[in-house]
Design a protein around this ligand. Sequence first.
Ligand SMILES: [Zn+2]
Ligand SMILES: [Zn+2]
Length: 216
Amino acid sequence: MGISPCKYPGCRDSNGEPYLTSLGMCEPCQRRFTRLLGWLVMDWVNITTEMPTPARRAREILADPTRVYGHPAEWASDTAAEIATVLNGTHDTLADLLGDTPPPHPGIAERLRVRAAWYYLECRIPQLAAADFGGDMAVEMKDLHGKIRSSLGLTRPRKLLPTPCPSCELRTLFRTLDAHCDSIDCGNCGHVIREEHYPFYTRVVLDTLLEQSVAA
Ligand SMILES: [Zn+2]
Ligand SMILES: [Zn+2]
């Protein structure tokens, strides 16, 4: 691949132009992309664990942007499904490009698709960055996360996570999100999950949710 402008949305050097790179996306933007992916997965976790989910609904309606939501639960289930669709679609497109096993198809439970996408994509950001469609995927994820962040952040900025604090072991870990920050800390002992530990921590949360669904 030759040298081209970084495709990550919003990449700017000191002259206001995207950095030039041979990687599809410059390295700082690849780290941003990893973070974005983790945030989106956490959005899904927050939405699915905190809001009541209405009875099973037809999947076709969720793609309609003109819908007006009468109830938060409806927004929650549609948004969770939208996250799963974006992650699953990205997983599918990249796996196809790289000749890997396709992901669980859309009929499979949402949490399985989300976890599969996280496991697959988190360690393949360089491949995603280099792919033709990488920039479009990043834009789609960024828009979705931005939309969710403003909706969630405005109403309930602190979200209890379903896993124990790695330091004090109480279930008092909160994710705080608003327009400017996204962080995880313990309401009991004050432990802060450092950003470099987010990928590991995201796995723990997803694994915990799957265990809970098996036990239920
Ligand atoms: Zn960049
Ligand atoms: Zn703690």
